[in-house]
Design a protein around this ligand. Structure first.
Ligand SMILES: [Zn+2]
Length: 252
């Protein structure tokens, strides 16, 4: 169920196993993809993962309940893209507090198992801490983990750039009208090969405009809708598997 579309009585009467909280970003994704890419992709994976969880029966799934898919958190830790117009961000402190308190509000209704479904690399560090603090809080019985969809797509994961093949493929599969196809050649031609400027295993670049002029890393021409469907399937299956483990995990 999508929390923003059901009534409170529906939630009261539902058997909710776990909540998915999509976490995105509003930031540049090259000339061809929307600023909301990370949010749109997180929502797509969360919804598809919820279907996969509820639909995958098997022995352990016989008495499976529902997933409550929360509305997405649309602004994250994205100051690294500050040079590009339209990008929005909050500090990691604000982000951590907001995301954690959002999840805690669900616990007060007994929805105490949470998976944060993330679509933005810049959120990863802060979200890991959110999940730990949320799970260790002695004031409630909540337990949560963070899941980042592009880390859960097997051998495709190594192609993750920025607004590159993976993100563009997933958009083409789930929100094709938002990809400016006439700009994809230009986006690919001007893209950087790699995220960051690395010396001795350390990234010297704090901001993305230090290594990409148009905001793109990786070639979006290598991410068609067919690839996007594969990515969506892999991420959804991984998320459903994770959700089952989180739902079964006992309280503190
Ligand atoms: Zn992105």
């Amino acid at each position: 169920m999508r929390l923003s579309e059901v009534a409170w009585t529906d939630v009261r009467d539902a058997d909710v196993d776990v909540a998915f909280v999509p976490v995105g970003s509003t930031e540049q994704h090259g000339p061809h993809a929307p600023l909301g890419t990370d949010t749109l992709n997180a929502v797509a994976v969360a919804e598809s993962g919820a279907d996969a969880y509820e639909g995958s029966g098997g022995e352990s799934g016989a008495d499976r309940g529902e997933v409550a898919v929360a509305p997405p958190i649309p602004v994250g830790v994205a100051e690294e893209h500050r040079a590009f117009d339209g990008t929005m961000w909050v500090s990691p402190e604000t982000f951590r507090a907001y995301v954690r308190e959002s999840a805690e509000s669900l616990v007060s209704h007994g929805v105490d198992r949470v998976v944060f479904v993330n679509g933005h690399g810049g959120n990863v560090e802060a979200l890991a801490e959110v999940a730990r603090r949320f799970s260790r809080d002695p004031d409630h019985g909540g337990y949560g983990v963070a899941f980042t969809w592009f880390d859960a797509v097997g051998d495709h994961a190594s192609d993750m750039g920025h607004a590159g093949p993976l993100e563009t493929a997933l958009l083409r599969a789930t929100n094709p009208d938002l990809v400016r196809e006439e700009r994809v050649d230009e986006a690919g031609a001007g893209a950087a090969d790699r995220w960051g400027e690395w010396v001795a295993g350390v990234n010297l670049a704090h901001d993305s405009d230090e290594f990409t002029d148009n905001g793109v890393v990786g070639d979006p021409r290598e991410g068609d809708a067919e690839r996007g469907e594969i990515l969506l399937d892999r991420a959804s299956d991984a998320l459903a598997e994770l959700a089952a483990a989180v739902a079964e995990r006992g309280g503190k």
